[in-house]
Write a protein that binds this ligand. Structure first.
Ligand SMILES: Cc1cc2nc3c(=O)[nH]c(=O)nc-3n(C[C@H](O)[C@H](O)[C@H](O)COP(=O)(O)OP(=O)(O)OC[C@H]3O[C@@H](n4cnc5c(N)ncnc54)[C@H](O)[C@@H]3O)c2cc1C
Length: 440
């Protein structure tokens, strides 16, 4: 197997190395000792053993949607393992459980299970990796009703530092199972497969309300106030966005500067209409909210499915009182409008700890602020800094694209337990996550 595998490992001397190092995050400049593309869990285990036998570390990467923290790091002692080929999708419709391989992304799973009237707790982009998203917490359009995606994990299979394949679930490897659900997969091994509890959701009342950017001053105060008290069945996002002139976008959005509130309601049409009444009273130019198949939610946010030169800076906000709204509008709307300023509505079930959840089983804050574009060091950074009076000290690491102290992702007690488990399971720090839990 080792000889065969050699054909799928690229080192700096190989012509393919440069391309193999590219991920979805095009600005992340990665220069590892090698990049491997195993085609099965067994091959992935051989790669881990090969790497450790040469004294190298292992960094699992799926799509690279959060490869940014590796940018500029010395990776000369690290083999990046790309899981692209481990992209299997299986469904047990009776049990409502999906089993997917490490390279699986949301789009195909949501389509497949949608045909059976089932839904998963996916995020806003169909191209993000299921493993990275889910084991980093996972928020999406069902979050305020159903909580974090990490709470829907039934089992995780992974290759440990010695190259063996282990299953972590309710009955096996309980510490590992706890740490993996929110602690970031790459700190404990190379995950080869995950099993998710699905939800019997066929449709939702979902869509977008769209205004001109100049209406932001009218819309944001109302949305921010509404968002804090809205029923748990509704989850939305508020965005100020400058869309590029690209043919992939609907004509009404192309090249325009807009305010958009999009989201989904899990309830009857009557309940949804009542919940959205206040926002609709703000007279959007377009209102696409209607009953839609649940599977269409994977593309509701119109995220780019192509690799991107952009990025975001993020902060968790406790609340957004009128002074906070004013500050955000001041800093985010000027001539050099950052491509996107976005607020995700949190709260609801996200705030309630799941009874037998993992290390990250709730988020206490009310909003997640994202400021994104091609110049995240400049305007986006300023937007985040301006909102410090309303920010918490915590980071949501899934959306943290720069190096931070990873302790900021967790409660202090949970962080101590995570460190202990990491020391126990990977004492020689073989695995290297984007947000690495230190062994020492
Ligand atoms: C456009 C965009 C939209 C997003 N929308 C949402 C959203 O709606 N909700 C949300 O919660 N997040 C969202 N995110 C954040 C996203 O969930 C994280 O970036 C997540 O890490 C993506 O996982 P990935 O596997 O695609 O990325 P990768 O960069 O491949 O993985 C991130 C990290 O996960 C770990 N990992 C991945 N695969 C494995 C594996 N097989 N074994 C071990 N470790 C592994 C590694 O430590 C890796 O460094 C979004 C990000 C982007 C860029």
């Amino acid at each position: 197997m080792r000889d065969v595998l050699e054909r799928y490992i690229y080192r700096p001397v190989d012509l393919e190395y440069e391309v193999a190092c590219k991920t979805w995050a095009l600005t992340a400049d990665l220069k590892p000792a090698a990049v491997a593309f195993p085609r099965s869990a067994a091959e992935a285990a051989v790669v881990v053993r090969l790497a450790t036998s040469e004294g190298l570390r292992v960094a699992p990467i799926g799509t690279g949607h959060n490869a940014y923290p590796f940018d500029g790091q010395d990776l000369s002692d690290t083999v990046i393992v790309r899981t692209d080929h481990l992209n299997s999708y299986q469904l047990d419709p009776e049990a409502g459980i999906a089993r997917v391989g490490a390279g699986a992304i949301w789009g195909p799973l949501v389509d497949m299970i949608g045909e059976h009237g089932l839904a998963a707790l996916h995020g806003s982009a169909p191209g993000t990796g299921i493993i990275g998203h889910t084991l980093g917490g996972g928020i999406g359009w069902y979050s305020r009703a159903l909580g974090l995606a990490a709470n829907s994990v039934r089992a995780v299979e992974l290759i440990t530092p010695d190259g063996s394949l282990v299953r972590a679930d309710e009955d096996h490897e309980d510490e590992l199972f706890w740490a993996l659900r929110g602690g970031g997969a790459g700190n404990f091994g190379l995950v080869t497969a995950i099993e998710l509890q699905l939800q019997p959701i066929r449709s939702a009342y979902a869509g977008m309300l769209v205004w001109d950017l100049r209406d932001a001053e009218r819309v944001l105060p109302v949305w921010a106030n509404w968002a804090e008290d809205a029923p748990d069945l509704v989850t939305t996002a508020y965005r100020q966005v400058q869309y590029p002139l690209i043919p992939q976008l609907p004509e009404q959005l192309r090249g325009r500067r807009l305010v958009i509130v999009d989201g989904a309601v899990l309830g009857s049409d009557e309940e949804a209409t009542r919940m959205l009444m206040l926002l609709r009273a703000l007279k959007p130019k377009w209102d696409t909210f209607a009953r839609v198949p649940a599977r269409s939610l994977a593309r509701l946010h119109l995220e780019s499915e192509e690799p991107s030169f952009g990025g975001v800076r993020s902060a968790l906000l406790w609340d957004l009182p009128p002074e906070g709204v004013e500050r955000l509008l001041d800093v985010s709307i000027d001539d050099s409008l950052v491509l996107t300023t976005e607020l995700r509505q949190l709260g609801g079930a996200l705030r309630r700890p799941a009874p037998s959840g993992g290390v990250l089983n709730r988020i206490d804050e009310q909003f997640l602020l994202l400021a994104g574009g091609v110049n995240v060091g400049g305007q986006a950074h300023r937007t985040i800094e301006a909102m410090r009076p309303w920010s918490s000290d915590r980071n949501y690491l899934n959306f943290t694209q720069q190096l931070v102290d990873p302790a900021t992702g967790f409660d202090p007690g949970a962080w101590q337990s995570l460190r202990r488990i990491r020391r126990k399971k990977d004492p020689f720090a073989v695995f290297r996550a984007n947000h690495e839990i230190p062994v020492i």
